[in-house]
Design a binder for this molecule. Structure first.
Ligand code: SAM
Length: 209
């Protein structure tokens, strides 16, 4: 479904001004929501971190951010949502160690074993994400599917460049309470009283030995 995606050849070719206006000059995107859906998390983060540029990538365009900007001039200027395939094109948009936070909220579970290669958290992609994340950067995951949760956790725990954060470490992070129900999928899970399995990982400076 990504035949018509328009993506830059390299990060240098990307015109971010069309999304953020001229104030973007000299700044880089720091937060990336992968498969952002309608962008509910980004909308929340936008006002919590007004100085930080953030962006969502989504295969199917369904964002609300543009309408919000039109309704609230001067707000939500630090956030945008692009139609793109995050499994293919991250290197076209982002540079090494550019990102401080990445979000994967309610990723598609791809239940069947033959489809596991389509899971957006897998060993190869974790290496790619580590390239874009700065040391100390954080990946947040959330799902209502326990099997997918276990899959994601084992992929991170196998990877030498990540460490899972403990509940005590998460308790002081103001973003953690937003993971469950600020997105449309999260609200649906909440309404249906589904489970929530959050897991958060830090990108290490050097591979674990
Ligand atoms: N994170 C949102 C939320 O919590 O409401 C959306 C969750 S939805 C279950 C998963 C989303 O990931 C879908 O909107 C889908 O289009 C998007 N997606 C799947 N693969 C993707 C890819 N390779 N690149 C970008 N988006 C992708």
């Amino acid at each position: 479904s990504d035949h018509f995606i328009d993506y830059p050849r390299t990060p240098d070719d990307m015109n971010w001004e069309q999304y953020f206006g001229p104030s973007v000059a000299g700044k880089q995107i720091e937060f990336l929501d992968v498969g952002c859906g309608y962008g509910g998390l980004l909308v929340k983060l936008s006002t919590l971190y007004p100085e930080i540029l953030m962006c969502g990538l989504e295969l199917r365009v369904k964002q609300k951010i543009k309408a919000l900007r039109d309704q609230h001039p001067g707000q939500y200027d630090n956030v945008c949502c692009l139609r793109s395939n995050a499994m293919k094109y991250l290197p076209n948009y982002f540079r090494k160690h550019q990102l401080s936070k990445m979000f994967f909220l309610y990723p598609d579970p791809h239940f069947k074993t033959v489809k596991h290669k389509w899971r957006i958290i897998n060993t190869n992609l974790l290496s790619e994400y580590a390239y874009f994340l700065r040391p100390g950067g954080i990946i947040y995951t959330m799902t209502d599917v326990e099997d997918l949760h276990n899959w994601m956790v084992q992929a991170f725990e196998k990877h030498p460049l990540y460490k899972r954060l403990t509940d005590e470490e998460l308790a002081t992070d103001p973003i953690v309470p937003l993971l469950g129900d600020t997105t449309e999928e999260g609200q649906k899970v909440n309404r249906n009283k589904g489970s929530m399995f959050p897991a958060v990982f830090m990108r290490l400076e050097k591979p674990r030995t």
